[in-house]
Design a protein around this ligand. Structure first.
Ligand code: GLN
Length: 385
């Protein structure tokens, strides 16, 4: 068996969701909303199942969805993308990332990764033969500097795997940071694979700046989006991939032998949804920001030091000043059993030398769920203090 898979643990999201079920805990761990999602988008999928095409769609995605993606990104991010040669639909962003790694690197190529990193990245980079080079980000700002990039990039750098907005730090990199990273990609002739699944989940008036729009990046960037995140339907697994034609052509070759196609009815519904008016998207952001504020206030009242959340479904607390005498992982394992509340230890997002005091909570939940979580959490801190 391949040790890259036989010797790694089960994903922290699955572990915590299973512990949540076993302990009948309130699950603020794995990131998914407890809302059913927009009814019209779900209706469009249901109608497409009943009256539409249920056989293989075109390999790169339904033409109507690829057109809708181009129109959507033109409107929201000012991008000019050709739906025929620059857009592909995958079965989720994770497939898109796996496919990009398989298609774009040769064994021995170096891949620059930013820690904290989404847990799928490293096993996929390694399985594709990539050699990881880490840039380590730290709270509370979680930003990189020119010196940090200079240490990570080498003449062997072929690819950068970059997540913005960044899960689990819940931060949005400012434009100047994107420009700095672009400068290194150009200088070292590297492709940036950009996981931008949280592009619509940004708060306080922020607008997502896509890496592909940075100087020199149009020809060396793979932009990856997720309909699941855009429409709060995380189980749908519809990924949206954009890249220049010579890159997309090769990504299509990986996609054809991984999943080949993505359920056509979901594609029909996503094409419909991407055309929804601005108020749907801004309303979603406002709604989520309200829940963020609600949970943040409650956490502060209990005594948790709360870190800034600029985007994603999450907010972090830093246990360090509390002097609890336990790390993030033991804290999470203890509270799920003793206080019936599941969260995610951020150390799970580091391959080495982890930050061990930060715990991530998902706020994309009904007020009643957040209230129940806060009540249980107040006990957790009293006991430990
Ligand atoms: N993206 C989700 C999160 O960060 C998890 C997705 C998954 O469980 N694979 O919580």
């Amino acid at each position: 068996m391949n040790r890259g898979f036989s010797e790694i643990p089960v994903s922290v999201f699955e572990v915590m969701s299973r512990l949540a079920r076993e302990n009948e805990a309130v699950n603020l761990g794995q990131g998914f909303p407890d809302d059913p999602g927009p009814e019209d988008v779900r209706r469009a999928a249901a109608d497409a199942v009943m009256t539409g095409w249920n056989q293989y769609p075109p390999m790169l995605g339904l033409p109507e969805l690829r057109q809708a993606v181009a129109t959507h990104y033109k409107h929201w991010q000012g991008l000019d993308l050709d739906p025929d040669s620059e857009i592909m639909v995958t079965s989720g962003a994770t497939e898109a990332i796996a496919g990009a790694l398989l298609a774009l690197i040769e064994p021995g190529d170096e891949v620059v990764l930013f820690q904290p990193l989404y847990d799928a990245y490293l096993p996929l980079v390694k399985r594709a033969g990539g050699v990881p080079r880490f840039v380590r980000l730290e709270p509370p700002h979680w930003r990189f500097t020119e010196e940090m990039l200079a240490q990570a990039f080498t003449p062997k750098t072929r690819l950068v795997l970059f997540n913005n907005p960044l899960n689990p730090s819940c931060t949005v990199f400012p434009r100047e940071d994107l420009e700095l990273l672009a400068k290194f990609c150009v200088k070292f002739d590297a492709i940036a694979v950009c996981d931008e699944v949280w592009e619509h989940v940004v708060f306080d008036g922020r607008a997502h700046v896509p890496m592909i729009a940075m100087p020199g990046m149009r020809e060396r960037c793979v932009k990856i989006g997720s309909a699941g995140k855009i429409f709060s339907l995380t189980g749908w697994k519809v990924g949206l991939v954009c890249a220049a034609p010579n890159i997309l052509r090769v990504l299509g070759k990986a996609h054809q032998y991984i999943t080949f196609t993505t359920p056509p009815n979901l594609q029909v519904a996503v094409a419909y949804g991407l055309g929804k008016t601005d108020d749907y998207f801004t309303g979603m952001r406002q709604e989520l920001a309200g829940r963020r504020d609600y949970l943040a206030k409650g956490l502060r009242e209990i005594g948790f030091p709360v870190l800034d959340s600029q985007g994603t479904y999450f907010i972090n607390v830093d246990l360090k000043p509390l002097g609890l005498n336990e790390d993030d992982e033991s804290f999470c394992k203890r509270i799920v059993v003793e206080h019936k509340i599941a969260a995610i230890p951020v150390s799970a997002f580091y391959a080495s030398d982890p930050i061990t005091s930060v715990v991530r909570f998902c706020f994309a939940k009904h007020t009643a769920t957040l209230d129940a979580a806060l009540e249980r959490l107040s006990g957790a801190l009293r006991r430990a203090a």
